[in-house]
Structures are given as C-alpha cells and as structure tokens.
Design a protein around this ligand. Structure first.
Ligand code: KG4
Ligand code: ZN
Length: 338
C-alpha cells in the first residue's frame, strides 16, 4: 500500500511516497529560498510559491519512484496547524487528486506527523513515551500513551524554540533560517561565556518561555558598539546552551513525572547537534531511552505526512471533500483510550 504525503504548511513544498513494508520510496522538497531576502517567511509569497511548484514536485516524485497516480492507495496532507494560505494550496491539491484518482484522502495534523517522523527509520514508536516537538512554529511536549493518543503536557508561552533561534540569528546578523546558522557560529564559541536566562527551569509544570532570552540577547548586542567574530560565536553558543538546557530539563522532568522510559525529539530544532547530544546525555543519566529522527526528517517533509496518513488510511479513514484546514491547535487524539 503506497501512500502519498503532501506537506505545505509553511515554506517547504515537500511530497513523499511511503509504504509500510518498504519505508520511504521517495521524498522531494522544494525549499523557498526567496524568504531569505525578507529575513523570515512571508505568508503571501509562501502560498503562491506552493501553487507554482506543487504539480512539478508531484510529477518528479512519481517519475523518481517509477510510479503513476493509479498506484497510490491514498493521499495524506498536512491540514494544520500552519499558515492558512499555504495549507489551503496543499489541501486543495490533495482533494483534487483524490477526486481524480478516486482514492481516499486524509488530513494529517502537522505536529503528529513530526512525532511519527521517528518511525521513518523503520522502528515503531516505543510507547508510552514523551515527545518534544520543537520547530519554527511549535514547541510542545506530549505524553503519548500510544500512537493515536496524545496528551499535551506543556507548550511555549511565547516564542517557539526555532523562532528563538531565528530571532537570535537575526540579532547577530547570521541570516535565515537561523537555527543552522546559530549552530555553526556556536561551534567556535564558549557556551559559558554569557549567563543568559533559562526561563521556567525547575518550575512546576512543563511549559516553556523564550522571549526573555531573546530580549537578553538584544540587550547584550545593543550594549556593544560592534561585535567581534569571537563575540558572535560566544553569544551564539551561550544562547544555544540556554535553549538546550531548558528543553532537556523539561523533557526529562516530564518523562519522570509520567513514569515513561522513552523520550523522543522531533521538528526542525531536533536537527540541532548540541540539543541531540545534551538530550542523549540527560536521558542516559536518568535511565530513559532517547530517540530522534534522522536529520533529513527533522525539518518539514512529506515523508512524515505519508507515514501518518498510512496509519490513518489503514484504520479506514477517508475525509473526502469535507477536509478543511486549521491554523492552530494541539494534536487531537483519534484512537480510543483502551
Ligand atoms: O519543522 P520545521 O522545518 O518547520 C516548522 O514546522 O516550523 O522547523 C524549522 C525551524 C526553524 O526555526 C529553523 O531555524 C530550525 O527549525 N532549525 C534549527 C536547526 N535546523 C533547523 N534550529 C536549531 N538548530 C538546527 N540545526
Ligand atoms: Zn514543522
């Protein structure tokens, strides 16, 4: 059973083909570099770009896998949360394909797809677990008793972790997207050089807050006439350490609180080397098994959508033409609690 996954919730047009017994058959992403000029994603431009590229990415994907539309068992599409214009383009495309090919179509929650990106290397999600989804748009910590059941344990009160990386990169003149740029700059810096705030650390509950860190970085930068390359490296390393410390502390505390033995990372920020290493070390020390997706499946991709859709379609779901988009909201459980 081959399923097509369509991801257009933000600025990546990504399509993939997935089969349970064969894994990812093909995954193609057209990234919209044009947003670099603006230092962030411009929603209107993003949706127009999706419209321009979707059909050619679809054709190229099928050609790469040597397949035709008729070979598909069904179609899955991210229908939220995300940018409304971008989502509408993907969902409209998915619905017309489903109608033309007479195949089922399902809406996939983008954050659930990130969680399930951990299955793309072949192993089923080990549940019960906690899953930290950290990206440009989301920072949320879920307790997952099993696939299909999701309990939100904590979320960000202001900026998402990826947004914090992006804003800090902008303050340091490092370009967009900021995460990889901050990681690169941090490599030669001292993570203990500046003691940036670590909000919510040790607090009750599992929420996050990154706006104080962003303000502290801005004040640090504004207080100096110019930053040397050494300063930039130290600020990047120290800010990255502050973000990583909070993410790791909250995740391990949540796993302990819920009494689970597995912790998963997901989302664009899960590609961060320092976060992966720190999470691994903290989980080892706490006797928790740590898991993270392959690097290529951390940032937005069609493969995670196809994987999730395959589960939903196998369970008999077909959203047909009633499928609609939504812009915000936590993962909705679809499996019963037994
Ligand atoms: O999951 P994603 O592709 O899109 C959203 O759903 O938001 O995540 C993109 C975010 C951006 O904020 C980007 O700066 C961040 O992930 N990111 C990173 C790294 N690679 C991407 N953040 C930190 N370190 C990285 N290596
Ligand atoms: Zn995402």
């Amino acid at each position: 059973m081959i399923v097509l996954g369509i991801e257009t919730s933000c600025d990546d047009t990504s399509l993939a083909l997935y089969a349970r017994d064969r894994g990812v058959l093909a995954n193609l992403t057209a990234s919209q570099l044009i947003h670099e000029e603006y230092g962030g994603v411009v929603p209107e431009i993003a949706s127009r770009q999706h419209m321009r590229t979707l059909l050619s990415v679809y054709d190229a994907l099928l050609a790469r896998a040597g397949l035709e539309g008729d070979n598909l068992a069904g179609i899955g599409v991210s229908n939220g949360p995300g940018l409304v214009g971008s989502l509408l383009v993907g969902v409209g495309f998915a619905k017309s394909l489903a109608l033309g090919l007479q195949k089922p179509v399902v809406g996939v929650h983008h954050i659930e797809a990130h969680v399930l990106s951990n299955e793309l290397q072949g192993d089923a999600l080990k549940t019960p677990c906690v899953a930290l989804v950290v990206s440009g748009g989301h920072t949320s910590l879920y307790h997952v008793p099993r696939v299909g059941r999701y309990e939100l344990a904590g979320g960000t009160r202001d900026d998402a972790a990826g947004e914090a990386f992006d804003k800090i990169a902008k303050l340091l003149g490092l370009g967009f997207p900021g995460g990889p740029a901050v990681q690169r700059a941090a490599e030669t810096g001292d993570p203990r050089a500046i003691d940036f705030p670590r909000a919510m650390l040790g607090r009750h509950g599992f929420d996050f807050s990154f706006s104080g860190l962003k303000t502290a970085v801005r004040q640090y930068v504004d207080a100096r006439p110019a930053l040397t390359p050494r300063d930039v490296a130290d600020v990047a390393a120290s800010a990255q350490a502050a973000i990583v410390d909070v993410l790791v502390d909250r995740t391990v505390a949540c796993a302990r609180d819920r009494g689970v033995r597995h912790a998963y990372l997901a989302g664009g920020v899960a590609a961060n080397r320092s976060l992966r290493a720190a999470m691994q070390a903290a989980c080892d020390a706490a006797g928790i098994s740590y898991h993270a997706p392959l690097l290529e499946y951390c940032t937005d991709n069609g493969a995670m959508v196809a994987r999730t859709a395959e589960i939903l379609i196998s369970a008999g779901r077909d959203d047909r033409l009633s499928l609609d988009v939504f812009t915000r909201g936590a993962i909705v459980s679809w499996a019963d609690s037994s």
